[in-house]
Design a protein around this ligand. Sequence first.
Ligand code: SF4
Length: 694
Amino acid sequence: VIDHGVPDRSVVTTCAYCGVGCSFEAQMKGDKLVRMVPYKGGDANHGHSCVKGRFAFGYATHPDRLTTPMIRESIDQPWREASWEEAIGFAASRLKAIQAEHGRESIGGITSSRCTNEETYLVQKLIRAAFGNNNTDTCARVCHSPTGYGLKTTLGESAGTQTFDSVMKADAIIVIGANPTDAHPVFGSMMRKRLRQGAKLIVADPRRIDLLKTPHLNEAQHLPLRPGTNVALINALGHVVITEGLEDQAFVAKRCDTQAYQSWRTFIADPRHSPEASEAITGVAAAAVRQAARTYATAGNGAIYYGLGVTEHSQGSTMVMGIANLAMATGNIGREGVGVNPLRGQNNVQGSCDMGSFPHELPGYQHVADPIARGRFEAAWGVQLDDEPGLRIPNMFDAAIEGTFKALYVQGEDIAQSDPNTQHVEAALRSLDCLIVQDIFLNETAKFAHVLLPGSSFLEKNGTFTNAERRINRVRKVMPPVAGKQDWEITQDLANALGYPMNYVHPSEIMDEIASLTPSFTGVSYAKLEEYGSLQWPCNDEHPQGMPTMHEINFPIGLGRFAITEYVATEERTNRRFPLLLTTGRILSQYNVGAQTRRTDNQHWHNEDVLELHPSDAEVRGVRDGDWLGITSRSGQTVLRARLSERMQPGVVYTTFHHPGSGANVITTDNSDWATNCPEYKVTAVQVERVSQP
Ligand code: SF4
C-alpha cells in the first residue's frame, strides 16, 4: 500500500522501465517519494502511464538494497564489508595484477541498458582507455543487437525511423513478434486508439496477443506462424508485393540502390518464396499472407513495429533486413505514419547502443577500425586505442571457460539470470579470477563476484535515457544515492584507481564530451534539453532541434540497400523426444527478470511464471489447468504450473521469465543470431509432462 502523503515538491524525471521513456513528476514529501504522476509535458507519453512506471517505484527504497561495498578473496568465502576506497582499490589492484599476468585482453566489462547514457559512455571509456582493449559489451547484445546490424546495413542507421506519435497517421499497422499492450503499455494504448479510428491491423506472432482483442477493430489479421520461421514469412510478404505489382516503383527508383533492388527482386520473385511454398514452413495459410501483403502495400501509410520476437532468433539480423526490404519496396519510409520501428525492451537500449558499448563500435556507431574516428577519440582521451573489435558477451564466457579471460566488470546487468544456457554462464563466471558486480541488489550474478559495488537507482542520479524513438530525455536526481555514489561516480573512481584520470563533476560534462565526439549528438546539451524538454537524435547543425522522422530525403548511406534474406531453418528442431516449441514473453505488471517489480506491490498481480499451452496439447498429456509440469529441453529442465490457453497454437508453449525460480534460461539453447550472437531465446524444443508438486 502506497502512502499518499501530501507532497511539498516535485522533480520531473523519466521512467526506468521500458523503451517508451515516459516522463513523470516524482512528488516528494520531505525526502520521501510519495507518488509518481505521469507528466503532461512528457513528449513520449503526453501525461499517460502504465502500472509499472506509476506504481512500481518502491524497489528503490526496498530493504534488499545494497548499501555498503563488499569484498572477498574467493567466491567460497563470506563477504566482508569495506569502505568505498578499500573496495575500489581492491578491484583495481586485482585488475592490474591479472593484466600483468595474463595480458591486456584478459579483462573486460559489460554495461546495461538500464543505466544512463552518461554511465554507459563512461563504462566503455573505462574499458577502452583504462583497460586498453575493446572488450566492452552491453545487455543489448541479448535483445536488439540484430536491429543495429540489420537497420544499419539496409537503411544506414541503427535506430527506429519514427516518433511514437507517428502511429496516429498509420493506415495499416503490422506488429511482428511484439506485444505492445503488455511490454510497451503506453505506446500500446496509443496504437489501440489508432486502431479504433480505423487503421488495419496485422499481427505476426505464434500467440494471439491482446492487441487482436481491441474492441471495434476495422480489420485485423493474425498470422500465427511457427516460432523460428519469421524470415520465410517476410519473404512471402515481399513475394506478393513484387509478383502482384504492389511495389512503389517511384520510391525505389529515386531512393534505393537499383542494383541491390534488382538482385532482391529476382530473389524474392522466385516461386520458392511464394505464400503457397512458405505455408509448409510457417504454418500460415497462403491466402492470409496474400491478404496481409495487399493490406499493408495498398493502405496508404503502412507502419511496421517489431520486438524481440524478431531479433532473438538465429536469423534475427536477416529478419530485420527483411522488414526493411518490405518497407522500402512499398515506399513506406521517410514520412509520418510509416516506417520501421523496433520496440526496445529496456529503458535505454537505444542509448546503450548509441554510446559505444559494442566491442566493434565507438560512440555514435563509429567503427574501431576507422582511423579518423579513432583518432578523434585518441586525441580527446589521451590514449592510443585498439583498432581490433573486442569480445562479445558470449565470447567472454567461452574465453573464461578456456582460461584466457580472467576478470569482468558488470554494471547493472544480471547475466547469470538473463543470459541463455544458465549452466554455461555460471561455469564461465565461476572460472573468473575477479568478478566486479555493480548493482542495486544482490543478484544471481553476484553469487560469483569478488567485489560488490552498490549502485544507484534511477531516482538517485542525474543523466539521460534515450527511448525507442531516439528521444533523449533527462533523468533527474530525486533523492540521494542510498550508498552515497551515483553509478558514473563509481566508474570514475575505478578509472582513477587504475591510473587513468577522470574528473567529471556532473553528468552534463560527460554529455558535453559525448556531443564533441559523436556526429549525431553534436547539438545535444543539458541546457538544450531544459529548453526543449527532449531531443530526438540526430541533433546537430543540420537538425538543431533533432529529427522526429528519419530518412525523409536521404538515407545516411545515400541510397537504401536491399539485402538478400535467404531463409535458413534454425538448428533447434522438434522430434519425438522434444515435440513442442517453447517461446517466451512478458506480462504487463512485471519487468524483465523481475528484480525491480518483484520488490513492489506489482508482485501481487503476477507472482509466478506459468506455462501456457493449447488445450489439445494438454489433453494428450492428461494435463489440467494448474497442474505442475516438468519442462525438459536439450539444455536442461525446469518446473512450472500449467495454464491452458486458446491463445496458443497447438505444438507451441509459452512462458515469461520474471521470477528466478522459473528457470526459463535453464532450458534455452546456445543458438544465436549469425551476425550478432543475439541468443535464440524464442525457439526451444521441449517436452512437457505432469509432475508432482516440486
Ligand atoms: Fe514506464 Fe514503459 Fe510504463 Fe511508460 S510504458 S510508464 S516507460 S513501463
